[in-house]
Every structure is written in C-alpha cells, then in structure tokens.
Unconditional design. Structure first.
Length: 249
C-alpha cells in the first residue's frame, strides 16, 4: 500500500513542479527572478518528497553557502532528495543514462542537470566547462565523486577528473557525508535504500517506496578544501569525507 500510494504522489508532484518551472522559465525573462524561483521550487520539492517518502532528516554541522562546489558520498537515488533540501540552487552532475529515463530524464534535463558519460574521456573537458559556467552564474554545482552508488559499507574511491573546474576557478570544495537507516523491525537500509545490486531503478525505487520510515543523517565538513591540482584535491576530499563516514547497516 505504501509503495503504490507514494509512487502516485511522487509522480504527480514531479510533474506538477516541472510544469510550474516550464511556465516560469518561459514567462520570466529576468535571470535573477528566475533563479530565485528555481531556488524556492527545488527546496520546496525536496521537503515535499521527504514528507511523501517518510524521510526524517538530521543535519550535523554547518551547511554549505551558495554558490559553491559541493560533493557528497553516493549510495542511493534518495541522495537527490537530500541535496534539494540542503544545497541552495543546485545543478547536479549526473551519469549520462539518467537523461533517457522516462519522466525523470525529461525533468532532470529541464532543471539544467549536467550529464556526463564517464566512459568517454573526451567528454570531460566539455562537462568541466559546463560546471565552471554554472558556478560563475551563481549556481551551486553538486557532484558525487565516487561516480556510482554503493552499498554504503565503505567509501568508494573518488574520481579526480571532474574536480578540474574547482582547480580552474580556484574555488574551494565543500563536502558532506550521508548515512541512512530504517526503523527497528524493518528491512535494513542496505536492502531497501542503498542501490548497489545489479537491479533496475524501478526495482530500487520500489524498495524504498514500500519502506514506512527512513532516517537520513547528513554530516557536513567544518571547512572547505582547496588544492593545487585535481588529484591532490580528490585525495584530500576522500580523506575528509572518510572522517565523516559511518558504514550503513
């Protein structure tokens, strides 16, 4: 019952927010006002999705300013809900196949998601340019440097190439780490929240849609990190996030 009702509510809500954004983007030509609306819309969407999905969020530490370059570990598609509630006016860097997903792909494209095919090395400079342009325009760029979702029992290695815009612009990188758990007596978070098995998005989503309550804790780094090259930056951020990391059970 949870799963069916929530899937209907999420679909209707997604479409509603997206259509509102399409109308506003068409009618409002002032970039400042458009960005302000986008910020309010995405923040409201994050809280709405959390309420529908029964997600309780606890924040630990100072949240990042805006605009900024911000990274986090990646274990679930629910991480997107977390960042909508946390980062002001985000633009997300996502894997390229998301663009082809029904509904979600269209909406992601409509809110200016940056898609990257990490198997193509020649695509990295283009993506880096888009990320740099977004930061210069006042958006916060959000990236999951593990480049895939995991079980959440360990922190996967960070991929250095997409840190290039931060190096090029000379901006520091803010970081956080998220941890999920479920209520006592329910299936563990590694079974119903994290996405690490060879399953489709639909199967993964159905697992968390059926889960009555999900608890999410987001730990923020106390200060951003800046380095002279992307490999050093990736290593330092890996160590910093590791310090916040707690294995998901």
């Amino acid at each position: 019952m949870y799963g069916l009702w929530r899937s209907i509510c999420i679909t209707v809500t997604l479409i509603g927010f997206y259509l509102s954004w399409v109308v506003v983007r068409t009618l409002i030509k002032n970039n400042t006002k458009r960005m302000q609306f986008r910020t309010r819309m995405l923040r409201t969407a994050g809280h709405t999705f959390a309420n529908i999905l029964g997600i309780t969020v606890q924040h630990e530490g100072p949240q990042p300013p805006s605009p900024c370059f911000w990274i986090c570990n990646h274990v679930s598609s629910l991480d997107a809900v977390m960042l909508l509630m946390t980062v002001e006016n985000p633009i997300v860097v996502a894997r390229h196949d998301v663009e082809s997903w029904p509904v979600i792909g269209t909406i992601s494209s409509g809110i200016d998601t940056i898609f990257v095919d990490r198997s193509r090395f020649d695509a990295m400079p283009i993506v880096a340019d888009k990320m740099a342009q977004a930061i210069q325009k006042g958006y916060s760029v959000v990236m999951f440097p593990e480049a895939t979702t995991g079980k959440g029992d360990v922190l996967l290695p960070f991929k250095p190439p997409l840190f290039e815009p931060a190096i090029r612009l000379g901006v520091p990188v803010y970081y956080a780490c998220c941890y999920y758990e479920t209520a006592d007596g329910e299936a563990p978070a590694t079974d119903v929240v994290t996405w690490w098995r060879d399953t489709t998005f639909a199967s993964h989503a159905w697992d968390f849609l059926r889960t009555p309550r999900i608890y999410l804790r987001v730990r923020y780094g106390t200060s951003p990190i800046q380095a002279e090259n992307r490999k050093v930056l990736a290593r330092q951020l890996q160590e910093a996030v590791q310090g916040l990391f707690e294995p998901i059970k």
